[in-house]
Design a protein around this ligand. Structure first.
Ligand SMILES: Cc1ncc(COP(=O)(O)O)c(C=O)c1O
Length: 382
């Protein structure tokens, strides 16, 4: 959880600018005289778009909000179907339900992301969009999925909550479909406490999203905000200036966070790659992951759970796999009636993968004894 691990005086200094450059305006737009030249959210958006090589960025109040706004931007509504994957966080499916569309989940494959073959089977004449999740930082077979979407004229949204800084064929994750969404919640690589971002290459979707996340406001420069023009209704998913300021400061630290993550992850991989009995999660060729997690599988569920228990006793923990499937696996979401789990299958293929995998958090300030503790634990249980 490096975002919060790296928070220090620099974030505070950036926040102070809201009160020194301006007079403490915490709203992202308007109040020009009071705010001086302090536009924190605007600046964060511009810097984020530049950093991740996209044309337009829109900051919002959370990663969940980013998904909901993305669906609004492409015009998803009732009677539409949106396909995502069985291994994700509930937020991805919640955003689809909130849009009024029917959520459908595909199986995952050995990348632990959307299985392109199962995706093809789940597409119907009502399918309007796919939300591809780069779950826990690593992409799946994006090219195959993108080709399917292009052929069937289906929008592709990337849920990049965990994938910031990852690349596929040299392009940043989050820039491969129509819209990419990001999360800056407290557990993410960079954090604004709560917060999210959308990236777009198409101005039309950007403008629709920008208005929709702000009650339909078009921010028409010719009129004051209270007389602003609007073409559709919307909602309030705005980011505050406080979050924007923290985001600017966190973004400056991103390269360093990424490097440190990579280094710490490699230290662990070097210790465990000798074990033939474990298998690292598959990352497709020509891509780089966001190295915030390290994921590998054992031969069976029993060993995966045994590993977690032993590691726990040594004072360390696993993250999400294998312990937190209730929040991250659609096969467990009987509370979401819209998924219709009784009628559909229960994602047997996905369950088979997820049961055997463990996921480790890579910390920015990694305990020096951590790689060895992992190596030792694997040795003990095999
Ligand atoms: C895959 C995925 N999508 C979306 C979200 C939602 O992000 P947020 O917590 O910022 O709303 C999360 C949060 O963990 C997530 O893991």
């Amino acid at each position: 959880m490096p975002g919060f691990e790296t928070i220090n005086q620099k974030e505070l200094n950036q926040i102070k600018k809201i009160f020194t450059v301006g007079k403490g305006v915490l709203f992202r737009s308007g109040f020009d005289k009071l705010r001086g030249k302090s536009f924190q959210v605007n600046e964060f958006e511009k810097k984020f778009a530049k950093k991740f090589k996209s044309k337009y960025a829109l900051a919002v109040s959370s990663g969940t909000a980013a998904l909901r706004v993305a669906l609004a931007a492409i015009g998803i509504s009732r009677n539409d179907e949106v396909i995502t994957q069985s291994f994700t966080f509930v937020a991805t499916v919640e955003a689809i339900i909130e849009s009024g569309a029917k959520p459908v989940c595909s199986e995952i494959d050995h990348t632990l992301n959307m299985c392109p073959y199962d995706l093809q089977k789940k597409i119907t004449k009502n399918t309007k969009a796919v939300i591809l999740v780069h779950m826990l930082g690593s992409p799946g077979y994006v090219s195959k999925i993108r080709n399917i979407c292009k052929k069937k004229k289906i929008y592709l949204i990337e849920d990049t909550a965990w994938g910031i800084g990852g690349k596929y064929n040299n392009n940043f994750l989050g820039t491969l479909g129509e819209i990419g969404t990001f999360s800056f919640d407290f557990a993410k690589t960079i954090t604004t406490g709560e917060g999210g971002m959308l990236l777009f290459s198409n101005k039309k979707y950007y403008l629709k999203a920008k208005a929709w996340h702000d009650h339909g406001h078009e921010n028409n420069p010719k009129v004051p905000r209270w007389e602003d023009t609007r073409s559709s209704s919307g909602f309030n998913f705005r980011m505050t200036e406080l979050q924007g300021a923290v985001g600017i400061s966190q973004l400056k630290k991103f390269d360093n966070i990424y490097k440190k993550h990579r280094k710490n992850k490699d230290l662990i991989i070097n210790k465990i790659k000798k074990f033939n009995e474990i298998e690292l999660r598959t990352t497709p060729k020509n891509c780089r992951d966001a190295p915030e997690s390290l994921i590998f599988s054992f031969k069976n569920k029993k060993l995966a759970h045994k590993f977690r228990q032993r590691l726990f006793k040594k004072g360390y923990s696993t993250k999400i796999l294998p312990e937190a499937l209730t929040w991250h696996f659609a096969g467990k979401w009987s509370h979401m009636k819209e998924l219709n789990l009784k009628k559909n299958n229960f994602f047997k293929k996905s369950q088979n993968y997820l049961d055997r995998f463990v996921s480790l958090q890579i910390f920015y300030n990694m305990d020096k004894k951590y790689p060895q503790a992992i190596e030792q634990t694997i040795k003990e249980i095999l």
